[in-house]
Each structure stands twice: as C-alpha cells, then as structure tokens.
Design a binder for this molecule. Structure first.
Ligand SMILES: [Ca+2]
Ligand SMILES: [Ca+2]
Length: 214
C-alpha cells in the first residue's frame, strides 16, 4: 500500500515538474470570461491616472471604431487604424515580471499582442484568435471580453520590457493591467530572515513543552 502511494506521489511529482522544464518562456496562463463588474487582480494601470503608454486613451464608445471593454470603467486604452497602431506599454521600471493580466475587450482576430525585449526583439506573440475562436469582436459576449493572464518564466522575466499592441482593424481595446513583479532579492532576504526567526522560535519553545517528571 505504502509502495503504491509512494509511486503515485513520485509520478505526480514528475508530472508537475515536466511542464516547467519543457514550456516556452511566455505562455497564455488563463482566459477568464469577463464580468459586468470587474473581478480580476487589482489593476496597476486602469488608465484613470497617467500610464507609460503610447496610443489612444479614451472613455467613449464610437460605433464601428472602438468600444469600451465589457467590465471596464472610465478610461481605457485603444489601438487601431483610427487611434494609432501599434501602441506600447513600457514596463521597464518593474524589474523582473512574473505575470501580467488585463481585460482584452471585444477580441478581434486581427488584434496582435507582442512581448518585446529592450531591443524590440519579439519574445512572444499572441493573436485574438488564440484568445477565443471565433474572435468576432463582440462587445457584450463575456468570452470575447475576458481577463487574460500571461505567465513569464526563467530568462523572459528579466528580458521582457515592453508590451506592443497592434491592430490592422479597429480596434484593440484593453483596460485594467495588473503587473506582478518578481520579488527583489532584498524582499527574498527579508522573507528568509522571517522564516528563520519562526524556526528558531519553535526550536527554543520545544524543551518547555516536555514533561517535567517522567
Ligand atoms: Ca479604466
Ligand atoms: Ca475590438
């Protein structure tokens, strides 16, 4: 019985370890259908205050040109022939980044998202059709206004600096970017000191728990 459990445990551990070794550096982690009231990660940029972007920042919906993403409020960022394409979001001030999420509004097949390094080399790219198929630009379907999350691993965390959004048709509309930075070495050091302190406290307390007479 114990042997079977051990084997199962080993197999499960191996299965968990494999994808990390084989996977690409930047991957589409999740596509969560949008909600009328945004319920994703706390945004770093909701475009109500200045953000390091180039491209149109708007509040309105203009029929046939751009539409506010379902679940977005106030300003949003739009890229396309009418509003300028490509647009860029410069994230070089964050250091290493482990994941990014945002609302991808009215997903169109001709929307293109690219992850760039400091020299504008493309590290990874995703089209609207990879987010939902068919990517028909619906402004109300939650599946076509999802919160998308991208995960970065290994070297891509430090190489990545800029998101480039392009769209050959109107439009590529987004809001509520949540940027998760990898903890700085100083933060890790503080955490390790914290763990060490807890461990030390447990070791010191243990003798007092032993019976005094036996
Ligand atoms: Ca907003
Ligand atoms: Ca669109």
């Amino acid at each position: 019985m114990r042997t079977i459990m051990m084997k199962t445990l080993l197999a499960a551990t191996a299965a968990m370890a494999l994808p990390a070794a084989a996977s690409a550096a930047i991957t589409l982690g999740s596509v969560t259908p949008g909600t009328a009231v945004y319920s994703g990660p706390t945004p770093t940029y909701n475009f109500e205050s200045p953000a390091p972007v180039t491209g149109g920042l708007v509040t309105n919906t203009s029929t046939g040109v751009r539409a506010q993403p379902f679940g977005s409020t106030g300003n949003y960022w739009t890229v396309g022939p009418a509003d300028g394409s490509p647009g860029r979001l410069n994230l070089s001030s964050f250091g290493d980044i482990s994941n990014i999420s945002f609302i991808w509004g009215s997903v169109d097949a001709y929307n293109l998202l690219e992850f760039l390094d400091a020299n504008d080399n493309v590290l990874a790219s995703f089209t609207g059709s990879q987010i939902f198929n068919p990517a028909n630009g619906s402004q109300t379907d939650p599946n076509l206004n999802p919160v998308v999350r991208f995960n970065l691993t290994n070297g891509s965390q430090s190489a990545f600096t800029t998101l480039r959004l392009s769209s050959t048709g109107d439009a590529f509309e987004v809001d509520n970017f949540a940027i998760n930075a990898v903890p700085e070495p100083a933060t890790w050091a503080l955490m390790m000191i914290g763990f060490a302190a807890v461990g030390f406290g447990m070791r010191r307390r243990r003798p007092q728990m032993a019976p005094r007479f036996a």
